[in-house]
Design a protein around this ligand. Structure first.
Ligand SMILES: [Zn+2]
Length: 455
């Protein structure tokens, strides 16, 4: 395949009249600038590298919008979690697949080309393993295959209800693994993702849910299969979590992790929301990715990650839609900047003299998302997966930042859909804003919702 774009965002910056050649495996094997469109398929818009959504719990999409009322005087993440557990209790494998299929189509249409699925709904409703222990994981893989999105599958290791190996609560029984079962799950999934453009990683759920020994063992298990595979963990989403960690160990969660493990570029620390200056600086130096889920963190009243200082220190970050209350790349990036503006009481916080806010945010979140995915993606460059987005051009022709105006307009002006085409591994999965399966997937999703809400 050979495509041509008048304007493209390459790793070295904006380029004009770009021809990209893609081989049969869906990998870019040639990029020429200032070239002619001869023999190439001409793309109608601005070409951007594809973004990985670095944090998703697919099943939670089906409860979006259902918890926006006051139940207690002090509704919080923790009271929301009780509702989420009740909702998760009934989901069947088939229902999970229908939810994830529709969700992944929504993600593609929003401009995401990949997703890291932090998957913890493993067992049946009684908490017993399915005949195939990878049954629920397989449904996620099926949904990714049917939609065309690139998947980094992160089966969760969940052992305890809280610090100090507290016994799991009844609402957590579908999540719980012992180490032997977890190893069998990983080995089975490694066979599933082999020879595909998907990637396997691990997700020790949180420091609440795994102890130090379990975390070491999980790392050894994934190393034996793939010693570059990504490692994702929920780390400091709530003040209560920080307090519990301090009480248990005398250390804060990020500090505890940094002092015991080699937290490097393989790691993605999801919701490193509550960190002090020392933790923030160490994280920025480590090369690990801060996984920021702006809309979910706002929805759950978590707090604001100190993005402005972290970026000044050169920290890597990416964005995720997490609870999928909002499936919008635009909202994740826009509110990351707006949160920083509201805190700093000034404009254009995440930018520099060379890059507009849109370009600064997009190019860094693409790099961070790619790193967290463990896949070779996120750059229009030889050797990378041909994952890209064609954005409708902006009409703002006399902007002071002419090339970046398309990104700035997309991310900050209204909510109009500007994503025209989406390619994953060289295959066009969204064409002119439409996905081929969107009607059938939507119908199945709606019927699934109906059944789940009756339950
Ligand atoms: Zn999460």
């Amino acid at each position: 395949m050979k495509v041509f774009a008048k304007l493209a965002l390459l790793p070295q910056g904006w380029a004009r009249d770009v021809v990209i050649e893609v081989n049969a495996e869906g990998v870019i094997d040639g990029v020429q600038c200032n070239s002619s469109a001869d023999g190439a398929q001409v793309l109608d818009g601005v070409l951007l590298p594809g973004m990985t959504n670095l944090h998703s719990h697919a099943f939670q999409r089906a409860m979006a919008g259902l918890t926006e009322y006051r139940q207690h005087e002090q509704d919080s993440f923790w009271s929301w979690r009780e509702l989420m557990y009740r909702f998760a209790a009934n989901i069947t494998p088939e229902q999970l697949q229908h939810i994830a299929h529709w969700l992944y189509i929504e993600m593609l249409k929003a401009g995401f080309t990949g997703v890291c699925e932090f998957h913890y709904l493993h067992h049946d409703r009684d908490g017993n393993a399915f005949t195939d222990p990878a049954e629920m994981s397989q449904r996620i893989v099926n949904a990714a295959n049917a939609s065309g999105i690139a998947l980094t599958h992160l089966p969760v290791l969940y052992r305890y209800a809280g610090f100090g190996q507290q016994a799991p609560k009844p609402g957590q029984k579908r999540f719980i693994h012992d180490l032997e079962c977890y190893q069998r799950l990983l080995e089975s999934l490694q066979k599933t993702v082999r020879n595909s453009h998907h990637q396997l990683g691990i997700a020790p759920h949180s420091l609440r849910a795994v102890d130090e020994d379990s975390l070491r063992e999980a790392l050894a298990m994934i190393d034996a299969l793939d010693n570059n595979a990504p490692v994702h963990i929920h780390i400091a989403e709530q003040q209560q979590e920080v307090q519990d960690c301090l009480q248990f160990s005398g250390e804060r969660p990020v500090q505890w992790l940094q002092r015991r493990f080699d937290v490097n570029r393989r790691w993605c620390l999801v919701h490193a929301t509550h960190i002090n200056e020392e933790e923030r600086q160490t994280l920025a130096r480590s090369g690990a990715v801060a996984g920021i889920c702006t809309t979910t963190e706002a929805n759950l009243g978590d707090g604001l990650f100190p993005i402005a200082n972290y970026c000044q220190e050169g920290g890597a970050f990416g964005v995720g839609s997490d609870s999928n209350v909002s499936v919008s790349l635009v909202e994740e990036l826009r509110w990351l900047e707006y949160g920083a503006r509201l805190q700093a009481q000034r404009r254009a916080v995440l930018s520099n003299t060379e890059e507009s806010v849109g370009q600064y945010l997009y190019s860094r979140a693409v790099r961070g998302g790619a790193l967290a995915s463990g896949r070779k993606t996120g750059a229009i460059a030889v050797g990378h997966s041909a994952d890209f987005v064609v954005l409708q051009e902006s009409e703002l022709s006399d902007s002071p930042v002419p090339n970046a105006r398309h990104l700035d307009h997309w991310l900050f002006v209204g909510h109009s859909a500007r994503v025209r085409d989406v390619f994953v591994a060289g295959k066009r999965v969204v064409a002119d804003g439409r996905h081929a399966d969107e009607e059938t997937a939507w119908q199945r999703y709606q019927s699934t919702l109906k059944v789940l809400l009756q339950a």
